[in-house]
Write a protein that binds this ligand. Structure first.
Ligand code: S3P
Length: 425
């Protein structure tokens, strides 16, 4: 098991146009190319374990993939049955979206994942898909991978989801595209909308009105995708927190998607007192630009709304909360319990090891701002826990065990962290 140590840092000026490509958009780029007629072109695809697993599966499903090291092109003649087991690795997005995509494909498919993914709930997609005729199964009555899918004809649906989940919404939209009529999906809170934006850009008939998404079945193949994947705001956010908690530090984060469903954590950091500006520099499927963060004394905050817009950033935001004056509270975030780790438990336990007092709730926690102390913490195999506590180390030094998981989303994290402080691995 690999570990890393970071030293505490003084003021730094961090600037990067090399923050890892967006994970959500990279997964979707590879998968949606399968629905297009002609060659899709993807620049800045995230070359991390999760998304490379998705790309590999797309190849196993018969697509022709060419990678010149910078641009990836994908051409597909429809989904082909694979003789291999399709391994999504650590990725819930990969597994859940493939359920939607493969439910209507001709053939039989097996999806599996690593020890962590095999513990995560899949019924949130397998159940609504079964309700419209999909033939999906797995352990625990279809809740746990490995999952088996036999493609079937799907019926049009009106589905009201109880959770605000872009993965469930995307799986259902993919199913809707190949169902037998117009489908309506309702979510309780708007979740990230890359699927709708990208598929509409490719010619799909999708209409969104508030929390309702209407999808028409495809009459013909989609137009190929031509995309430059923007930098991932969830990855960029680690450096936003780094700058916010280090006196006299700044971070200039370039080429990041500024999609409102993705930058809520930056807005919360602003509410805590950090100085943040957003400059739009480009627009392709979504607004893209530069986020600049300057440190300032932080104050406590309550986070209880728009949770799905910042769910992935809550571990890093908790580090900012630990450095703020007063008690911060996170509520309505029970989804944290079923991420790559139980992030309520892993954040709270690790903060306690660093001398920060907390209170744990079923759907969140409170963090009492104080003085972070150097500790040896474990990532529990969760990339965002590993990176959050390495960033906490900028205040006090830190040792983090089990850091291999960082490769699932942000392979050049350590290289960039080296711009802020000394890192020993
Ligand atoms: C994702 C959606 C979110 C997020 C995950 C990526 C996506 O999960 O936490 O990291 O790409 O659709 P849920 O949709 O399950 O909330």
């Amino acid at each position: 098991m690999m570990r890393a140590c970071v030293e505490s840092a003084d003021a730094f000026s961090f600037k990067s146009d090399a923050i890892a490509g967006d994970k959500s958009i990279s997964h979707r780029s590879a998968m949606f190319a399968v629905l297009a007629q002609g060659e899709s072109r993807i620049e800045n695809f995230l070359r991390a374990e999760d998304t490379l697993n998705t790309l590999k599966i797309v190849g196993q499903l018969g697509a022709d993939i060419h990678d010149d090291g910078s641009v990836i092109t994908i051409t597909s003649n429809g989904i082909k049955e694979s003789s291999e087991i399709l391994d999504c690795g650590n990725s819930g997005t990969g597994m859940r979206l493939f359920c939607g995509l493969l439910s209507s494909a001709q053939g039989h498919f097996i999806l599996t994942g690593d020890e962590y993914l095999k513990r995560r709930p899949m019924k949130r997609v397998t159940q609504p898909l079964r309700n419209i005729g999909a033939k999906l199964d797995g352990r625990a009555d279809g809740d746990l991978a490995p999952l088996s899918i036999r493609g079937a004809s799907l019926q049009a649906f009106n589905y009201e989801s109880k959770i605000a989940s872009a993965q469930v919404k995307s799986a259902m939209i993919l199913a809707a595209l190949r169902s037998d009529g117009v489908c309506t999906y309702y979510e309780p809170e708007l979740s990230r909308d890359h699927t709708e934006r990208m598929l509409k850009g490719m010619g799909a008939h999708i209409e969104t009105q508030g929390l309702i998404t209407k999808v028409w079945p495809l009459e013909k193949a989609l137009k190929p995708l031509n995309i430059r994947v923007p930098a991932d705001p969830s990855s960029a956010f680690f450096f936003a927190v780094a700058a916010a908690i280090t006196p006299n530090a700044s971070a200039v984060l370039e080429g990041v998607t500024l999609n409102v469903t993705r930058i809520e954590a930056f807005k919360v950091l602003e509410r805590m007192g950090a100085n943040i500006t957003y400059d739009i520099t480009d627009e392709r499927y979504e607004p893209i630009g530069t986020i600049t963060v300057k440190s300032a004394p932080l104050k406590a905050v309550v986070v209880e709304e728009n949770i799905s817009w910042l769910i992935d950033e809550l571990p890093a935001l908790s580090i900012a909360m630990a450095c703020a004056s007063g008690q911060s509270i996170i509520k309505n975030a029970e989804e944290l319990r079923v991420k790559e780790s139980d992030r309520i438990k892993t954040v709270v336990d690790n903060l306690n090891l660093c001398g920060i007092t907390t209170e744990e709730y079923p759907d969140g926690y409170a963090v009492n701002g104080g003085t972070l102390r150097k500790a040896c913490v474990n990532s529990y195999g969760d990339h965002r826990i590993a990176m959050s506590f390495l960033i906490a180390g900028l205040r006090c030094g830190m040792e983090v065990e089990d850091i291999e998981c960082i490769n699932t989303s942000f392979p050049n994290f350590f290289e960039l962290l080296g711009q802020c402080t000394k890192v020993i691995r």
